[in-house]
Ligand binder design. Structure first.
Ligand code: ADP
Ligand code: MG
Length: 384
């Protein structure tokens, strides 16, 4: 089961493949070179994995751990959220209480797991980490809850995927720090209540709307993570470059920041790729030109759009004259899953102003038409 304690070692590698930093297929020829008005066929081989916000198996282990900020003061960006948490932490410390249960939501790679580890660190408590699909049987969650020390953080990733039985056990645990267990079966079944140590549940989800309201209502704090601005990503890239002992210029780091889809995990991944490139080519300091050259080689679009983003927009433009077009229709036309489109792709396209959501459906904006090399129709321009 994927239960991992943050103390003293934050994460155990979940899989055995541990490629070295430079061994993971670096400098492979990029798959088919794509132009700005790409109309390439629907083939997953053309997808650009570097821009996927989810952690790859090798990143889930030590590589990503090394780069995680440990304290709130090192955590870059998310200013409002940090303020809320800082106050909550200080208040809890003064009152010598545990933190309120906290629900963090937002797209992958923005720092939810990192924040939960930071919270535990700041509170001086342990952090047990698990993911909702691993809590299939009542005894999975019961074992975890029983093992918590006073004040500990219990982090449940993908909390919208909790099995119903587990969720019901959590209600009493979150509210009254009580564990109701049923002993025996059928008519002889009895329920016993065990008291638990006070703890803080930190739930993370990309789909806050998929949580049931009884579960959502039991969180004292519900906070959203936002995409990062370029200047924040710049700081993240510079910080990571420092940890990796890699000389970079601000302009070189900005070039990486710009292509990172507002997502720290992607920024760090691109930086590592650029580092491979610089090292193999013996280029020395990372300048803007070198960063751009390297990222172009890996087929990273100047705005961080990936193959699927481009395909979604292209289909909207070519087949539906830019919309409005319904989500399900886009999904059917592109062969992508509607939920993935909504949760993974749309947030970034909305953020950079390439997509609008209206009551009649999605619209590709004039900026998107232009970026993909199309001339927007007059009607499109007038909407904007
Ligand atoms: N605010 C931040 N400042 C610096 N690095 C960050 C920040 N947020 C995330 N990261 C980096 O991005 C990576 C992914 O963050 P993570 O917390 O695993 O994202 P999530 O759980 O939301 O998918 C981490 O390894 C961390 O190094
Ligand atoms: Mg995570």
């Amino acid at each position: 089961m994927a239960i991992i304690s943050s103390n003293p070692q934050p994460l155990k590698p979940g899989d055995s493949s541990q490629p070295g930093l430079f061994s993971d297929g670096m400098l492979k020829e990029p798959s088919a070179k794509r132009t700005s008005n790409d109309k390439s066929p629907h083939s997953s081989a053309a997808k650009e994995p570097l821009l996927e916000p989810e952690a790859k198996p090798e990143e889930r282990s030590q590589q990503e751990e090394r780069l995680r900020p440990r304290r709130l003061s090192e955590y870059i960006g998310q200013k409002d959220l940090k303020e809320v948490l800082d106050i909550a932490i200080q208040a809890a410390k003064v009152r010598q209480e545990t933190l309120d249960h906290l629900l963090l939501y937002g797209p992958p790679g923005l720092g939810k797991t990192t924040l939960s580890l930071i919270l535990a660190e700041e509170m001086g408590v342990g952090c047990k980490m698990t993911t909702a699909p691993a809590l299939e049987r009542p005894r999975d969650i019961a074992g975890l809850l029983m093992g918590l020390q006073p004040g500990d953080v219990l982090f449940i990733d993908e909390i919208h995927r909790l099995p119903k039985v587990t969720e019901e056990i959590l209600y009493a645990a979150m509210e009254d720090f009580r564990l109701d267990v049923t002993l025996g079966k059928g008519t002889s079944a009895r329920t016993r209540s065990l008291s638990l140590k006070r703890f803080t549940l930190v739930g993370a989800t990309t789909r806050v709307g998929a949580l049931t309201s009884p579960l959502r209502d039991r969180f004292g704090l519900i906070q959203r993570l936002r995409f990062y601005e370029i200047d924040e990503l710049l700081q993240i890239v510079l910080r990571t470059a420092g940890i990796l002992k890699m000389p970079v210029t601000d302009e070189g780091a900005t070039e990486i920041a710009r292509r990172s889809r507002g997502t720290p995990r992607i920024a760090n991944r691109l930086l590592k790729r650029v580092r491979d490139y610089v090292q193999v080519k013996e280029l020395g300091n990372l300048t803007e030109a070198i960063a751009a050259e390297a990222l172009e080689r890996y087929n990273i679009d100047p705005l961080g759009l990936d193959w699927t983003d481009r395909r979604l927009l292209t289909v909207m433009i070519e087949n539906f004259n830019g919309g409005p077009v319904g989500l399900e229709t886009i999904a059917a036309a592109t062969g992508e899953d509607a939920q993935t489109i909504e949760e993974v792709y749309e947030p970034y396209l909305l953020q950079i102003g390439y997509l609008n959501r209206t009551s009649r459906g999605r619209i590709a904006t004039a900026a998107a038409w232009k970026h993909l090399g199309y001339t927007p129709p007059d009607a499109q321009l007038s909407i904007l």
